[in-house]
Structures are given as C-alpha cells and as structure tokens.
Write a protein that binds this ligand. Structure first.
Ligand SMILES: Cc1cc2nc3c(=O)[nH]c(=O)nc-3n(C[C@H](O)[C@H](O)[C@H](O)COP(=O)(O)O)c2cc1C
Length: 311
C-alpha cells in the first residue's frame, strides 16, 4: 500500500466546496489551518451540471445539493493545476467518470498534479436522463473494483476510494481495497433527499432531489468510518457534518486519520471559513493535550469490537 502523504494539520476541504485552485490560494492567504486541499471532482469533459436552484438549506441541519458534478474541461484543469502554488499543503485531485475507462483517462491526465488521487464513487446527483455514479458504479462492488484497478494502473500516487453511504459500503470497500486502493473516503453525501416548496407546490431543486450533507449526515458517515476502520484498519479520510472540534475528535476516535470539511464552509466568507479551520484544529490539539493524534485514531473501538451496531 502507498501511504497517504503527510497532511499536517490533518484537515482538508471536501471536494465540491471551496475546491478550485484560486480559492486554495485565498484560503492560504487568510491563514487557513488546512494541511491539504481537494479539487472539485475532475471529469472527462466539461459539464454544466444542473441549473439553479442547486442548493437548499432546510431547517433540519441538513443541506441538499443537486449540482450533478459540474466541471470545467480537463484542459482547463491542467492549466489551472499547472500554476497552483501551495505553501506546505498537499493537493488531492478528485476524479470521476462514467465508466472505468473514463476514470482511468482523467487519472492519467491529473496524476502528476496530485499528492493523492481521490476517486469519487458515490455522488448521488444527476442531470435529467443521467445515471448517477452512485447508481452506476458506487453501489456495485465489482464495478467499483474495476474503476480502482484502472485508476491504480494510471498513477503511482496513493488512491483514496471515496464511498457512498447509500451502498453496502463495506462490500464496496473490500473490493476497492483488494483492487489496490490505499485509503477509504467515508464518505459522500446521503440520499438523495427532497425539499418541497409549499408555495409553488413543487420540488425546490432543479434536479428534483439532492445529496444530503451537513450535521444530519454525521451519525451515518461516522458509523461508516467506525465500521470501515474496524474491518480494514486502513487510513480513512472522513467527511460528513464536521463543524466543530468535537465532531473532528469523534471521527478520529472512530478511526479517521484525515478530516474533511465541506458544508460547514458554505455561507461563510473565506476569512470566516479560515477561522473555522483554526478553531477546529486548536480544539483538537487542546483535547489531545500533547498526545500524538495517532494514539487516538480508532480509540473508540473496544478490543472485541467488530464495529457493528446490532444493539
Ligand atoms: C455543494 C456540494 C458539492 C459537492 N461536490 C462533490 C464533488 O464534486 N465530488 C465529491 O466527491 N463530493 C462532492 N460533495 C460531497 C462532499 O465532498 C462531502 O463528501 C459531503 O458533503 C459530506 O461532507 P460535509 O457534510 O462536510 O459537507 C459535494 C457536496 C456538496 C454539499
């Protein structure tokens, strides 16, 4: 297995939120406490995604988005990533495609820019008429393994298989690890869910439904992290509702070694988002009280704990 690069501090943005190179530069200038940056998922060709509205903020602590993976062309990504200058932070390039050949093609072009490649296996959003990655690949262990195998062939960088919570994720994870993944991403958005406007009596999102992120997702992806760590003891990059240092510590205790922040950055200015990263990392460090973080990764697992939740 290829180790993940040292991401210090072990905080990153989540793909899709503040995930373009010019934003990374602004974030660094604002004093963000992020040891790595993840790009928006890079696809095989330019794609507009759905029209607005693509994000809803229901009051239940969830956010719904139906962006459907808009991305600039691979040529534009190459031009932008060519110029990227990060001080010490690592760069993780997120990739997607419609099938394993497309994932491989994007990885071939992007590998030289990234310190790691994150493979998006679980986006639940689509444009009208499309199948989602989650439906077409991320819920199928054999197809997910095929994607990871072909990505593995195209890069010597560590490969993170980012799973969907809407799947038999341990089965998918197992085939991805056997196919050459070095780490697991736990995980993408849930659902998709629905928001209805009672005035217009219609679904709010242009894509009708949208992937659920934010605090409502935390218990689910925390469980995914816990179970994946119990089964594989591999590096885990955790995403889902991380807003405070306490959230971050919960994920570390469950088994995460890197923490991704997404929805908590939304509706914040760059300076507010940068301040949030400092608050989270200061809180984690205070909690650690000088102990190395490695001592606490997975500490919530009791010795005989298989990671299940059958209570
Ligand atoms: C607006 C938006 C766009 C996203 N775009 C991507 C994407 O391009 N690729 C991907 O792997 N995940 C994408 N995600 C999922 C996030 O990276 C993350 O896994 C998820 O939102 C859970 O973390 P959070 O609750 O901190 O947002 C997106 C999420 C949101 C809310």
């Amino acid at each position: 297995m290829i180790p993940l690069p040292e991401i210090e501090p072990p905080l990153i943005n989540a793909s899709g939120i503040l995930s373009y190179p010019e934003v990374f530069a602004a974030f660094e200038s604002a004093g963000a406490c992020l040891g790595g940056y993840v790009t928006k998922s890079v696809g095989p060709r330019e794609k507009p995604g759905n029209e607005n509205p693509v994000v809803v903020y229901p009051p239940e602590g969830a956010v719904l988005n139906s962006l459907a993976l808009p991305t600039q062309s691979a040529e534009d990504w190459e031009r932008d990533l060519e110029e990227i200058k990060l001080k010490n932070a690592k760069l993780i390039v997120s990739v997607y495609g419609g099938d394993s050949r497309e994932f491989a093609g994007v990885t071939r072009r992007m590998s030289r820019f990234g310190d790691a490649i994150e493979v998006n296996l679980g986006c639940p959003n689509k444009e009208p008429g499309e199948q989602t990655i989650m439906e077409s690949i991320g819920q199928n262990p054999a197809l997910s393994a095929e994607v990871i195998e072909r990505v593995r062939d195209e890069t010597d960088k560590p490969v993170i298989a980012k799973l969907s919570p809407n799947s038999d994720y341990l089965a998918v994870a197992e085939s991805c690890m056997n196919a050459g993944a070095d780490a697991l991403g736990c995980g993408n958005t849930l659902g998709p869910g629905l928001a209805v406007d009672i005035q217009s009596r219609a679904a709010i999102l242009a894509g009708t439904t949208g992937g659920i992120s934010g605090p409502a997702l935390k218990p689910i992806n925390l469980r995914m992290t816990y179970e994946a760590y119990a089964r594989f003891r591999c590096p885990i990059v955790a995403y889902g509702g991380i807003e405070t240092w306490e959230d971050a510590v919960e994920y570390i205790l469950a088994g995460a070694s890197v923490l991704g922040i997404g929805t908590a950055f939304m509706r914040k200015s760059t300076h507010e988002a940068a301040a949030l990263t400092r608050d989270i990392w200061e809180g984690v460090q205070e909690y650690l009280g000088g102990e190395p973080m490695s001592a606490l990764i997975g500490a919530a697992h009791r010795p005989a704990d298989g990671g299940g939740s059958d209570a």
